[in-house]
Structure formats: C-alpha cells, structure tokens
Design a protein around this ligand. Structure first.
Ligand SMILES: [Zn+2]
Length: 450
C-alpha cells in the first residue's frame, strides 16, 4: 500500500493539534477556567446587562475560582435575548463591543417568536471558521473532497459553516436551498463527495432521487452526509436509514444561531458529538431543579461562551435535552461528548404524567424494517384523560397484518417509554413528507401541562 499524500496525514494537519485534543480532563478544566475568568470580566465590564444582572444576584467575576462557581451566576434564556433586544435595539445590551467592531450577524431561524440577532467581531468569526475546519477534519473531510453545502444562507448561522470546509481545502459548492431536482443535478454533475443538510431533507432527497431514477449509491459520489438542525441526526436508527439510502456515513452536528455554527460534532468514530470545549463550557442540568445531572442522565444543556467577545453568552439555557459521556473517545480526543439531542424541553410531551419525546417514537419507527420510518404523533384528551395516537406507515410490499404490526409497535413503545398509545398503521406514503424542519407532533389538548 502506498503512503497517503503528506498533506492528508493527520499528524501534519493544521487541523489536528494533538496536545490540545488529547489533553487530560484536569488540563481542559484549567484551560476553561482561565478563559472563563477573562470572559466574565469582559462581559461585566462591557455589557450593561451582565453588570446589572451579576450585581442583582450579588456575584462578581472575581469570585469565580472554579468551574463549579459558575453555578452562582444567573441563567439566561431565549426570552432574555428577545426582551433585551427590544428594550435596547437593535442588538440589545448583552453586546460587549462597539458596533464598529461587529462584522457579521446571524439571526435565529425563528421557530418561536421574534428572531434575535447574534453579532460577531472579526476575531469571533475567524475563530469560529477555524474551529469549523477542525471539526470537519475530525469527521474525515479532506482537501480532496468536493463538499456541497445545502443549508439555508439567509441570516442563518449554518450558512457560513461552508467556509470551514473551504478553509480545510475541500472544494466547496455553496448550494444553499436549491430545489431538490436542481440539487441532485449539481451533486451528480460535480460528483460531490460530501453534503450538509438536515436529516429530514437528506432522507427526502434520497427518496426523491430514487423516484427520479437516480440511485444515490450508484449514480452519486456522496459518501459523507453532515446533518444538523433536528434531533434526528442523533438517533442511530434514523442515521442508519439515511445511510442505507445513500450508501454514505452520516455525521451529526449541533449549532445554535445565538452562539455559532458547530458547538458539537461527530468525529469519524460517530460515538456521540464532541463539544467545542475550547469555545464553550457546558452544563447539563435538571430542567426543574437546575441541579447538575449525572453522566448518562438526561438534562437541559446550558452553554457559556469562553471567547466570543461581541455578545458573551453566560449560562444560556438552550432548551435542548441531552446526555453526555466524559471518557476519552476512540479517536483520541478527550473533549466531552454529548449523546445526542433527545428533544427540546418544549417538545417533551407529558402523557398521563409520563414524559415522552418524539425522538423516542422516531427511533422505534425507524428500527422496524416493516415500516417506512415515517411517523406522526397526535395527542388529545378524551374525558379528561390524555390519549396518544401514533401513526406509522407499513412499507411497500408488507405481507403481515396491520393489527399484529400495531400491537408489536405499541408493545415496544410501552416497554421503552412506559406510555400506552393507540397505534394506527397506514399505507406507505400516507403521511406528509417533511423537507427541511420536520413537524411531526400535533397536540390538540387545550391545556397542556408542560
Ligand atoms: Zn471522537
């Protein structure tokens, strides 16, 4: 076997810093503490909101002597950003630099409420793109790849992530949200080897290709699919379905418009998403008691930036429910990995007092080879009692009986979640196909206990 070209070897890459990536937990924590001390001082001195909220809570950055001390500082959430932006337009008083230093803003995709703008200085932006390149490298992207970036570019923080691939040296195709037929044409004409989109769209695009007589496994060269923006990318059963359709490996990434594009991403081992620990500090808290949860347990992810100077984010409640693992990864990196986003705090359904996430149903629907993998949840209340209806589709050519399939699915769902559901089996292609951001839950209850 011949030696790989020198520029492809990990130990020579500018995107693999062995000392940093493999440092011990104690070294990570010391590095984060030093960054955090500087960052809190910057926020306190330059962002009026933080000065007043820290003063009101009776805390000062000088009191931060360990990472645990951060828990004494107040939490913020999306509402804080919206309220402060409307009170102090246009960017709000969490901003800690003069406007002349701001070179870029992203805005939230606006799933709920008014969008909030997230400003970056030139250094913030460059450091983000440097990190993006490192993250892409960890996922196996190389300068020999042809990478099609198929995320929305309009105000969306996912757009500029393409610059990370370009920085790494991959040939980068700024595809954006082209119509599916056009995108498939581009992928085939340019023989793209990698693409980034949402999990729902990757699935939809693969199925569209097949309907148009294009076999993604044979006719396209895509072998890496990066996904973000929905919990689906964290669900192994969903990834496996997309991988089978495309003959490609799926890498889940996690970003936030209010922070930056990739706060976490999968390395080539694809065993959880490595957190960007040199840029963010992460807490995982019980959403009700706000106490830290233990490793492996589910809790709400709370993020604190360590370097982003335009608008520091101190203890930002993301609303995303995650779990994490701290043992070093097989890839050699020692940064903490999150085992997927199980759902959003707002997505959690409470059925007769039991918590259930749509992602729990998704994993079961996609693991069952007698089903197409599409699903929908309908929740209503009959005579004061919650009722969960799960609609699933039998695959084309299914030979068994619908009642047996429904019973089997209901039994598995009860075993995994503890919730008894009414399962309706529909013919293939009955449910609406999701494209970019999927809506698969309909809650008809007038009063929702969440
Ligand atoms: Zn890894």
């Amino acid at each position: 076997m011949t030696e790989p070209p020198k520029h492809l070897r990990a130990d020579d890459s500018p995107f693999w810093d062995e000392k940093l990536e493999r440092q011990s937990r104690a070294e990570w924590d010391a590095q984060k503490l030093a960054s955090l001390q500087r960052h809190l001082q910057h926020a306190y001195l330059n962002a009026p909101f933080y000065r007043s909220s820290f003063d009101a809570a009776g805390v000062h950055p000088d009191q931060l002597c360990s990472l645990d001390d951060l828990r004494r500082f107040p939490l913020i959430d999306k509402r804080t950003l919206r309220d402060r932006q409307s009170a102090v337009p246009p960017w709000g008083d969490l901003v800690a630099v003069p406007e002349r230093d701001i070179v870029y803003i992203s805005a939230s995709s606006g799933s709920t409420g008014a969008p909030t703008a997230s400003p970056f200085t030139a250094r913030d932006f460059d450091e983000w793109i440097d990190y993006e390149a490192r993250q892409f490298w960890s996922s196996g992207l190389r300068p020999t790849d042809r990478y099609a970036h198929s995320l929305n570019f309009s105000l969306f923080v996912g757009g500029p992530c393409v610059l990370g691939a370009q920085k790494l040296g991959a040939l980068s195709i700024h595809a954006g949200t082209l119509p599916s037929e056009r995108l498939l044409f581009i992928l085939r004409e340019f023989q793209a080897t990698a693409i980034w989109t949402t999990p729902s769209y990757a699935w939809y695009l693969g199925e569209t290709a097949i309907k148009e007589g294009i076999d993604p496994r044979q006719d396209l060269a895509v072998r890496r699919i990066f996904v973000a923006g929905e919990p689906g990318g964290s669900i192994p059963e969903t990834r496996e379905r997309i991988e089978a359709l495309w003959g490609a490996s799926v890498y889940d990434y996690y970003g936030l418009s209010d922070i930056f594009g990739s706060c976490a991403g999968m390395c080539e081992e694809r065993d959880g998403l490595h957190w960007a620990e040199d840029h963010i500090h992460v807490e995982v808290l019980d959403p009700d008691t706000l106490a830290p949860v233990r490793e492996g347990e589910r809790g709400e992810m709370v993020l604190t930036t360590l370097r982003k100077s335009a608008r520091p984010m101190i203890r930002f409640r993301t609303g995303d429910i995650v779990s994490f693992a701290s043992e070093p990864c097989r890839c050699g990196r020692t940064s903490i990995r999150m085992h997927g986003v199980h759902g959003r705090r707002d997505d959690m359904l409470i059925i007769k007092g039991v918590n259930i996430f749509p992602s729990d149903v998704e994993a079961l629907a996609r693991a069952d080879r007698d089903l197409t993998g599409e699903y929908r949840l309908v929740v209503d209340r009959v005579e004061h009692l919650d009722r969960l209806i799960v609609e699933i589709e039998r695959r084309h050519g299914f030979n068994g009986t619908d009642p047996a399939l429904a019973e089997r699915f209901a039994g598995r769902l009860k075993a995994v979640t503890g919730v008894a559901a009414e399962v309706k089996v529909l013919p293939a292609d009955s449910l609406p196909r999701a494209t970019h951001k999927a809506k698969r839950v309909e809650d008809r209850r007038t009063h929702v206990w969440t």
